[in-house]
Design a protein around this ligand. Structure first.
Ligand SMILES: *[C@@H]1O[C@H](CO)[C@@H](O)[C@H](O)[C@H]1NC(C)=O
Ligand SMILES: *[C@@H]1O[C@H](CO)[C@@H](O)[C@H](O)[C@H]1NC(C)=O
Ligand SMILES: *[C@@H]1O[C@H](CO)[C@@H](O)[C@H](O)[C@H]1NC(C)=O
Length: 392
């Protein structure tokens, strides 16, 4: 009797599973939903909401990741600008403050053709020709591969789509890291940039005091945790994800604003710049997910006091690099004209580290220490009043 009930249950489950699998392969269902969701978000995306034209472009990398580029087409014949977000962020953070207060809108108002990248693994770039983002294989990358494959794919796409020889580049934090990876490892790309603006670029980070860097430098524990839980994605979105719980908790009033802000400041540096009205929208999209290997790579560089390639351990390093210790990125190959923006209140990428970077780069045309206020690591995106005067 009990046996037959259990059997029926099992059969029902099996039939249900088969039915789901046969109607459509799960990967297709997932991708279909994701695309639908992206379009939905774009509709409500601050760009469209404020009456600016917006386009979504898909770019495929050499290693088959499919990335979303969001464009606010230019109103004049000024050259295109590519903006690349930081770790755990997305194109949305360039616009979330609305017109006059977000770099993307300010640049668009000035007539620039604005392109905002989304690097592999974030909410808007989770497609791959072969892998689903639920596969372990999908997440085998750090900022190294983003610099080596994502940026070149974006730049080449923009150049061909706009018939402009060069683009301007704006990168925040990891957006700076990946530029330096690309320009040092694939030096041919330097000539494709008219100017390069790196805000709080995370190359050397060994003076960092942020608890987040400390967390990333617990390499063995993090790696073991990822392997045991099979979670290679960190801070990703989706129903039931921990970051969505915070977002909904805040939206419903369960999680007070002050608690959210205290935690943000704890991680990025204390400077109260975030507009309380906009905080909910920031949380709706940020964090936007990354691979655990991005964190590990930063953690390794923090401990090594170096800006170097991924450390796979002595044996695999010898196979890959010919040396036990990973080589440093050859920064002397970065010949594009670089402008550096940094701040004393930034506990991720403090001034000492940016100054060391400046010493290694052969073509720094401008260094801008943001002096008037103690900007933290994310004020480049969210400090409403200051952006126009300080950065552009
Ligand atoms: C740019 O991309 C869009 C979208 O794919 C396409 O419609 C347009 O023709 C492209 N323009 C050029 C000049 O390649
Ligand atoms: C970087 O520049 C050096 C010359 O200084 C060159 O030998 C090397 O091949 C370059 N690196 C790459 C990855 O092209
Ligand atoms: C905060 O954001 C709201 C909504 O966008 C806006 O109306 C308000 O002026 C902003 N406050 C400041 C100080 O910019």
């Amino acid at each position: 009797m009990v046996g037959s009930v259990v059997f029926k249950l099992v059969l029902t489950l099996v039939l249900f599973t088969v039915q789901v699998l046969c109607v459509k392969k799960p990967a297709e269902i997932l991708i279909g939903r994701l695309i639908h969701w992206i379009h939905d978000r774009l509709q409500h995306h601050s760009v469209a909401r404020y009456g600016y034209p917006v386009e979504l472009h898909k770019v495929t990398t050499q290693d088959d990741y499919i990335l979303s580029l969001v464009r606010i087409p230019g109103k004049s014949d000024k050259p295109p600008v590519l903006m690349v977000h930081g770790l755990l962020s997305s194109s949305i953070d360039w616009t979330v403050q609305g017109p006059d207060k977000s770099i993307a809108f300010i640049a668009a108002d000035e007539g620039y053709d604005v392109w905002m990248g989304n690097v592999r693994g974030n909410t808007f770039s989770k497609e791959h020709k072969t892998f689903s983002s639920r596969d372990k294989e999908f997440w085998q990358f750090s900022f190294h591969e983003i610099g080596l494959y994502d940026l070149p794919a974006m730049v080449d796409y923009i150049r061909s789509n706009t018939s402009s020889d060069t683009v301007h580049y704006v990168g925040h934090s990891q957006g700076g890291t990946v530029f330096l990876v690309m320009a040092s490892m694939r030096p041919d790309y330097n000539r494709k940039f008219a100017s390069v603006h790196l805000m709080a670029p995370a190359a050397y980070i060994y003076h960092a005091t942020s608890p987040a860097v400390d967390f990333a430098s617990r390499i063995d524990e993090l790696e073991m945790f990822a392997k045991l839980t099979r979670s290679y994605e960190i801070g990703g979105r989706g129903p039931g994800s921990s970051v969505d719980l915070v977002y909904v908790g805040h939206k419903t009033g369960l999680v007070p604003t002050s608690l959210v802000l205290t935690n943000i400041w704890y991680l990025v540096g204390v400077h109260d710049s975030i507009n309380r009205t906009v905080l909910g929208e920031i949380l709706a999209n940020t964090p936007a997910g990354c691979s655990v290997y991005q964190l590990l790579h930063y953690g390794q560089n923090y401990l090594a006091k170096s800006f170097q390639m991924y450390d796979y351990g002595p044996v695999r390093n010898i196979e890959r690099y010919g040396t036990k210790i990973p080589p440093e990125y050859p920064l002397h190959n970065v010949t594009a004209p670089i402008m550096l923006y940094y701040s004393a209140g930034d506990n991720f990428v403090p001034p000492e580290d940016v100054e060391e970077l400046a010493d290694q780069l052969p073509n720094v045309v401008h260094k801008h220490l943001i002096g008037l206020r103690k900007w933290n690591h994310i004020d480049y995106l969210f400090d409403v009043c200051f952006i126009r005067h300080q950065v552009l």
